[in-house]
Design a protein around this ligand. Structure first.
Ligand code: HGY
Ligand code: MN
Ligand code: MN
Length: 412
């Protein structure tokens, strides 16, 4: 029987429930931000499950966690499969962690099938995919793929001025029995299972999304500097009000990004006002920009307008725009997409091709080895929120497709 026959829906569901208890929020979601104690606890839990299955753990210098099922040829580059354990502050119980546990379940099914893969398979949990605590996201996969420098990532600080380096050291300390692994070891292929984070599969009554690619994304941080002043004594003419300047910038940006087709995705998710005191004119504002579009030319053109628009609305304040990440749209290779399509067809699962408008670590793996993604439905498309939900039968279906795809890739 193929490995998919050994995928156990109950086991997968129970592991997801166990992970959802780590960083659980009162409203049924999770707050398991990158390199937090909750993230460390989730990694420890994964290592423990791996030990019971005989998987060999390792951690690289940027905090990516790997669990290896050794193949017959240990010199050959492994097949990788996974996603991320970190979440948004009010995240859901499936975003990221499903891909890690589906990969784990697929490997457990392959072990149960009794077939020893020719090449090794690594289950991977990438460090800081979400970018909520440390921006930008996808740090682990980007450094693994050589798209970002390790030192630059380690120097990034969170809003409490804690660096990735310090936070990583404390997580590493709690995994001190896990051996180190070199950065960016070769991989022969990568497959990531993930919830769709959109409404299409559920709306069309489908179970599997064969992901064709990932839309492009550019992220920025904007710093507006004015001057603190007394709310009662300073006149409008004297003021350098950073808040009013920042609001004018955001409104002008939103107007510039508004397209009739509603394809442009423009988001200001973070907006920090200082000193944030009712009777003080704001002296500075820091805000984020997340800009996405499936057409790289449009993304380039719109993103290039951000700095001039901010400067044009700065008034008497100063403004500094910094681009944090730039990633153009990508298409996964057809032979990899075909593997997913054929596995879903063999399992008689309703499927269709689908573009990912959310970002994923597969974006960076695509740059180093043939990569693919498998989507399962998100109820009402709800995600990055505590009501995120996918049925256990859909979760198991995605793991079955993954198990068969990994089996084929690892058999060489
Ligand atoms: O932002 C994203 O697209 C991903 O879910 N972190
Ligand atoms: Mn994700
Ligand atoms: Mn996410």
């Amino acid at each position: 029987m193929s490995a998919s026959a050994y995928v156990d829906e109950k086991r997968l569901t129970e592991r997801l429930a166990a992970m959802a208890r780590i960083g659980a929020t009162e409203k049924g979601g999770v707050n398991r931000q990158a390199l937090s104690k909750e993230d460390a606890a989730a990694q420890r839990q994964l290592v423990q499950w791996g030990a019971a299955l005989g998987l060999k753990p390792s951690v690289d210098a940027v905090g990516n966690l790997f669990l290896r099922l050794e193949g017959a040829d240990t010199s050959a580059p492994p097949v990788l499969s996974g996603s991320h354990l970190d979440s948004q502050p009010t995240g859901g119980r499936f975003d990221g962690v499903y891909g890690v546990l589906a990969a784990f379940e697929a490997v457990e099914a392959i072990v149960a099938s009794g077939v020893k893969p020719r090449v090794s398979i690594d289950v991977v949990a990438w460090m800081n995919e979400e970018g909520s605590r440390f921006a930008p996201g996808m740090m682990g996969s980007a450094v693994f793929a050589g798209a970002r420098e390790l030192d630059a990532v380690l120097a990034v600080v969170d809003t409490d001025n804690v660096s990735v380096s310090d936070a990583l050291a404390s997580v590493r300390d709690s995994l001190r029995d896990v051996p180190a692994r070199a950065l960016g070891e070769r991989a022969s292929a990568y497959v990531e299972a993930h919830i769709e984070q959109g409404p299409h599969l559920e709306r069309e009554g489908l179970t599997i999304g064969v992901v064709t690619g990932i839309q492009g994304k550019r992220t920025f941080k904007v710093r507006v500097d004015g001057e603190a002043a007394h709310a009662g004594t300073s006149t409008r003419a004297e003021r350098k009000d950073a808040l009013l300047a920042a609001i004018a910038m955001v409104q002008a940006l939103a107007d510039a990004m508004r397209d009739r087709e509603d394809i442009v995705k423009f988001t200001v998710g973070r907006f920090d006002v200082k000193p944030s005191a009712p009777s003080v004119v704001p002296s500075s504002v820091d805000f984020s920009i997340d800009l996405r579009h499936p057409d790289s030319h449009v993304l380039q053109a719109l993103g290039d307008r951000i700095t001039p628009i901010c400067e044009a609305h700065a008034g008497v304040c100063a403004v500094r725009v910094t681009e944090l990440s730039t990633a153009m749209s990508l298409d996964f290779p057809e032979p990899m997409r075909a593997l997913v399509r054929e596995a879903a067809a063999r399992l008689e699962l309703a499927q269709r091709d689908i573009l990912s408008t959310a970002g994923h670590d597969a974006r960076y793996l695509h740059g180093v080895c043939p990569s693919a993604m498998i989507f399962v439905p998100s109820h009402l498309g709800l995600t990055h929120c505590e009501t995120e939900f996918t049925s256990s039968s859909d979760l198991a279906a995605g793991a079955k497709v993954l198990a068969d795809v990994l089996s084929r890739l690892a058999s060489g």
